[in-house]
Design a protein around this ligand. Structure first.
Ligand code: PGA
Length: 255
């Protein structure tokens, strides 16, 4: 095990929050607070906020991401956005497979795989989300669920492309609920993901993949979660909407 082989990445997931005007104001507030970060700092924002976010983040260490991407290059897919559209707007990161997409918008392991492949083929750094429900945890199949979601999401992803992959382990029961996984649960979940990657790409490659924890990570619990061997960063929902809280998490990842 060697955490130093991996990049620490703190990514905000704004979900359905902020207008372009609010985006500019929040990023301007965040910029000085995260300027000394010793980790990658990313904000994944709604599609309509991307242009404002890229403009506001210019010249800073904040990178901008999207919250989803479609797998086709173009065509009759009302409401969807392609990878090329994102890269044309200077987006560098994208989230795929968030549990809210799986839960409310019919995403499956297969569509998550297709979306991730489209993102990676376009050169986007791709934050692929996996996570078990409370029911699955109670049934004792967390390891199997995480392994299956990880392996299907990475189907046909080459070892070279894997360098642009970040996996976010987000237990569904901990998202937006205020109920954080314990540091031990987070570390264990991330280890299950790393083991699944090792099955496919080998242990040496798996050691280099950044695996985030997500689910009610906040200014108060980030340091403990991030101290764990397998927790290489965080995907932050609610706490990424507050500049100060987000910057405290970034500082915790920079230690
Ligand atoms: P939360 O969301 O931090 O508000 O729990 C995390 C996520 O859904 O990525």
């Amino acid at each position: 095990m060697n955490k130093s082989k991996r990049n620490a990445v703190i990514a905000g997931n704004w979900k359905m929050n902020n207008t372009p005007e609010q985006t500019t104001a929040l990023i301007n507030e965040m910029k000085p607070l995260v300027a000394n970060a010793d980790c990658d700092v990313v904000l994944c924002v709604p599609f309509v906020d991307i242009v404002a976010a890229v403009e506001a983040a210019k010249g800073s260490n904040i990178k901008i991401g999207a919250e989803n991407v479609h797998f086709e290059a173009k065509g009759a897919f009302t409401g969807e956005v392609s990878a090329e559209m994102l890269t044309a707007c200077n987006v560098e990161y994208v989230i795929t497979g968030h549990s809210e997409r799986r839960q409310y918008f019919g995403e499956t392991n297969e569509t998550v795989n297709l979306r991730s492949l489209a993102a990676l083929n376009a050169g986007l750094k791709t934050i692929i989300c996996v996570g078990e429900t409370l029911e699955q945890r109670k049934q004792g199949v967390t390891k199997e669920i995480l392994s299956m979601q990880t392996k299907i999401a990475l189907k046909d992803v080459t070892a070279e492309q894997l360098k642009n992959v970040i996996i976010a382990y987000e237990p569904v029961w901990a998202i937006g609920t205020g109920e954080t996984a314990t540091a031990e649960q987070a570390d264990e979940g991330n280890k299950f993901v790393r083991d699944a990657i090792a099955d496919v790409y080998g242990a040496d490659v798996a050691e280099t993949v950044t695996i985030q924890y997500g689910g009610s990570m906040n200014a108060g619990n980030a340091e403990e979660l991030l101290s764990k061997e397998n927790v290489d960063g965080g995907l932050i929902g609610g706490a990424s909407l507050k500049a100060k809280d987000f910057s405290i998490i970034v500082a915790a990842a920079s230690k």
